[in-house]
Design a protein around this ligand. Structure first.
Ligand SMILES: Nc1ncnc2c1ncn2[C@@H]1O[C@H](COP(=O)(O)OP(=O)(O)OP(=O)(O)O)[C@@H](O)[C@H]1O
Ligand SMILES: O=C(O)c1ccc[n+]([C@@H]2O[C@H](COP(=O)([O-])O)[C@@H](O)[C@H]2O)c1
Length: 195
């Protein structure tokens, strides 16, 4: 069984995340994609605008009804900083029958050399990198073992980020059409990201 791991702060989850997962699912014929909200993101300086429970609930609402997408609270339950090496090690132990693919956008591919214990992590998962507007896909400068661990998949380019959505909300504007309708309703009912 082939499983894609889509880790993210998901503050909030948006259509770029979903289209990325869908594109990889199709290209690599994955059986499932697990969306895993981080507890404490390893490298982000700002604290998430929504709580862990709210970010998980938005992920749940976004994947509801999709035959292959699942929401996973594995990193939230573990607590602390969500280092991917710890998540992947644990998932491999719990699911020895599954093959894991870690899905990341181009911004994260460039950042891979700084990931915690990356030399070990590249031996445990295949990374799947996606182009993202505004980020370079010149991967020649990455160290060989990291570059070789990354497969590239194409997706229709989506110029969206959670940051932009939070900013819009702070300015009193809507997240509609940038997030699934159910997520948009949740954001509005709970007044998320308002100043
Ligand atoms: N528009 C997009 N296209 C492709 N990949 C994306 C896109 N947005 C996010 N990703 C990828 O999804 C994963 C989770 O991203 P994350 O939750 O940090 O969203 P974000 O939009 O980058 O958030 P923020 O703006 O708060 O930094 C990362 O690997 C990121 O590169
Ligand atoms: O393990 C690390 O050192 C590491 C460093 C940066 C990012 N990650 C993971 O990559 C995923 C996307 O990160 P982010 O910050 O863009 O949401 C998320 O699941 C993070 O836990 C992991």
């Amino acid at each position: 069984m082939k499983v894609g791991l889509m880790g993210g702060t998901f503050d909030p989850i948006h259509l770029g995340h979903l289209l990325a997962a869908d594109s990889v699912c199709e290209a690599l014929e994955l059986d499932e994609v697990w969306f895993m909200p981080t507890n404490v993101p390893p490298h982000k300086e700002h604290k998430p605008g929504a709580s862990a429970a709210e970010r998980l609930e938005m992920v749940r609402l976004a994947v509801e009804g999709h035959p292959r997408f699942r929401a996973s609270d594995v990193e939230l339950r573990r607590g602390g900083v969500s280092y991917s090496i710890e998540t992947v090690t644990r998932l491999r132990k719990e699911h020895p029958d599954k093959q894991f693919y870690y899905i990341i956008g181009a911004d994260m591919v460039q950042y891979l050399p700084k990931w915690y214990r990356i030399e070990e992590l590249v031996r445990l998962v295949t990374f799947v990198g996606l182009e993202r507007p505004g980020y370079s896909t010149e991967y020649e400068t990455l160290p060989g073992p990291i570059r070789e661990a990354v497969r590239l998949v194409r997706m229709p380019q989506v110029e969206l980020s959670s940051t932009e959505i939070r900013q819009r909300r702070a300015e009193g504007r809507s997240a509609r059409y940038r997030v699934p309708d159910r997520v948009n309703d949740y954001i509005e009912v709970n007044s998320l990201y308002e100043t």
